[in-house]
Design a protein around this ligand. Structure first.
Ligand code: ADP
Length: 587
């Protein structure tokens, strides 16, 4: 239920009706007052006229007639009103009897009471005034009887207060009418004010809790309809706002999770918001931990951005089909960064920073790979071409010589085959083609490798010492694990030197890995090469490596294979000489 007192609208309506009521009732009231006054005056005139005529008749009836006015005292004594002023005045103005105001009526009618002068002219006259030497108003009535005037006066109190006092019922009636009218009005406007009050309550509740959906019932009238419309529009707005806030949150979450650093700027180049990654990349890129506390656009790294923004301001109202965008790269301490800038239609803009070191490095490595591969392929192809041309252009070449060249050419094709096999092996590992894994007993692998190199071991007098228990079982791709031991063994045979010993052992194991040592006691690897030995096509002595049939990819294949299994590999100088490879393979 709506509380009436709280409705300002209702109060206003009440004031409006009250004022209207007063405006309308005042003239009516005034008219009644005038009417009443006239009626009372008429009545008074009649009464006083009768008294005047009574006095006149009395004077005429007494023996003494107009000589002795003392008789009038008697008459006055029996008249009902005590406050009556009675006087008889002759036409020259002398007071013959009664109340004297010491008035004299001068010949030119000046200085005499109005009623006297008028009665001389009109026969009767009245006036309302305060008699000389007395208080209060009196109503004077004078009648001219030829040679004298009889004047009667009574206190006059026909003021408004008296009138109001004497009109209790009338006012009560008016007030009751007013109340009834007010009640009817209030009933008629009840629904109307109800709707207005609800509207007011609605706006109050919206103000108190601006983001909540609102519910309110309105009466079935026009205002109620407006109220319902407002609620619908407001709720739609709130839902849209909520959806927008969700989208904004998603966008902000997305921005903060980005691998790129993003910072938004206002059109007057003030920082608005950005992600943490931007701060991180800024400090790496500028080498300045405090870079963020200063105006970052003033930094030399962003000079191009500022110039771009100044030269590409979008005119208000124009909708460019494509947003102005620029990008450039920066390098700091071996790291590569990309700076991008996009200007939005309102001339606000964003700067995106990305660390492209990996991409940059990969690109570099790919370039080196391609040139290395073509170089490596070129060498055997050139040799084969040379042998074949020699055979072709040398007529009458001895059979043995020709056979020798052909054998050489075949050896080079084998080398080519090896090279291609190694490159494709590396590619396979790098592309992480699904590796089929199984339990692999390491001693079985080593046995197989020993059998493969039996002849070489004998030929070069190389010993193989294995200290691995039979229960050492790794989980991996059998072919790939063989390639690890095969490559390392082949290298030891090729580079360690005759009469050396290869030692393979498990140094320790943990929950996930077995840690292996593969060493020889040969020439070893000079320290300056240790760091690069796993690079593709890296050789210590290119001539010797080629001669021994090395492709320069053996150790790269070993390293990638170990890594593809989740393990690690390092190389070091073996104590007592030779090279030692330490690597881990999963259980
Ligand atoms: P390659 O096909 O030339 O053998 P690798 O990648 O297998 O290529 O080896 C790279 C280089 O490392 C070799 O050229 C060789 O000089 C050196 N190297 C590898 N293993 C040994 C070792 N056990 N002792 C000495 N040097 C080695």
């Amino acid at each position: 239920m709506v509380k009436m007192g709280r409705s300002k609208f209702k109060n206003n309506l009440f004031v409006f009706y009250t004022v209207l009521f007063l405006i309308l009732s005042f003239p009516a009231f005034y008219y009644l007052y005038k009417q009443d006054k006239n009626r009372r005056t008429k009545l008074l005139n009649e009464n006083l006229g009768e008294i005047a005529r009574l006095v006149e008749n009395y004077l005429a009836a007494t023996d003494t007639g107009y000589e002795d006015f003392e008789a009038l005292d008697f008459l006055k004594g029996i008249l009902p009103r005590e406050d009556l002023l009675l006087s008889v005045i002759d036409t020259s103005g002398d007071v013959l009897y009664g109340y004297s105001e010491e008035e004299t009526i001068s010949a030119d009618n000046r200085d005499r009471p109005a009623e006297i002068g008028e009665s001389l002219l009109n026969g009767t006259a009245t006036s309302i005034r305060t008699p000389n030497g007395m208080d209060g108003l009196y109503y004077f009535f004078a009648e001219n009887f030829g040679d004298h005037i009889v004047r009667v006066a009574v206190p006059y109190s026909s003021d408004i207060v008296e009138f109001l006092k004497s009109r209790h019922t009338m006012f009560l009636t008016i007030i009751i009418i007013f109340m009834v009218v007010w009640y009817i009005m209030s009933m008629l406007t009840k629904n109307f004010t109800n709707s207005i009050t609800r509207l007011k309550e609605l706006t109050n509740s919206i103000r108190k809790n601006p983001s909540a959906l609102v519910r309110s019932s309105f009466p079935e009238d026009e205002i109620g309809e407006i109220g319902r419309e407002i609620i619908d529009i407001y709720n739609d707005l709130m839902l849209t706002k909520e959806a927008l806030a969700m989208e904004r949150k998603k966008l902000l979450d997305h921005i903060s999770a980005l691998n790129e650093g993003v910072m938004f700027f206002s059109s007057d180049k003030k920082m608005l918001f950005g992600n943490d990654r931007f701060t991180t990349l800024m400090s790496i890129m500028t080498d300045d931990k405090e870079s963020f506390s200063s105006n970052i656009l003033a930094r030399p790294e962003f000079a191009d951005v500022v110039e771009f923004i100044d030269n590409n301001r979008i005119e208000a109202g124009s909708k460019p089909s494509e947003l102005p965008r620029m990008e450039y790269q920066l390098k700091n301490k071996g790291r590569f960064f990309e700076v991008q800038c996009v200007i939005f239609p309102d001339n606000s803009f964003e700067i995106i920073l990305s660390d492209i070191t990996k991409i940059g490095k990969n690109k570099l490595i790919k370039q080196q790979m391609t040139s290395n591969i073509s170089h490596e392929l070129n060498t055997p192809v050139a040799s084969i071409k040379g042998y074949l041309e020699t055979i072709l252009h040398t007529p009458n070449i001895p059979v043995e010589k020709r056979e020798y060249f052909v054998m050489k050419a075949i050896a080079q094709t084998d080398k080519l085959k090896d090279l291609i096999a190694d490159i494709s092996a590396l590619n396979k590992i790098e592309e992480k083609e699904s590796i089929v894994k199984e339990k692999v007993v390491i001693n079985d692998i080593i046995r197989e490798v020993r059998e493969n190199f039996e002849a070489s071991f004998k030929q070069k007098n190389i010993g193989l010492h294995v200290d691995i228990k039979n229960d050492v079982v790794v989980f991996g791709n059998r072919g790939m694990i063989i390639s690890i031991f095969q490559n390392l063994t082949e290298n030891a045979i090729k580079y360690a030197g005759d009469g050396t010993t290869i030692a393979i052992s498990v140094t320790h194991d943990d929950k996930k890995f077995y840690h292996f040592s593969f060493s020889d006691n040969g020439v070893g690897i000079p320290d300056e090469h240790l760091g690069r030995i796993f690079e593709r096509f890296y050789r210590i002595d290119a001539g010797r490596s080629r001669k021994t049939g090395g492709t320069g990819l053996g150790l790269a294949i070993v390293k990638n294979t170990v890594q593809a299994h989740g393990g690690k590999i390092v190389v070091r100088d073996r104590i007592g000489g030779g090279a030692e490879f330490l690597f881990s393979l999963p259980k």
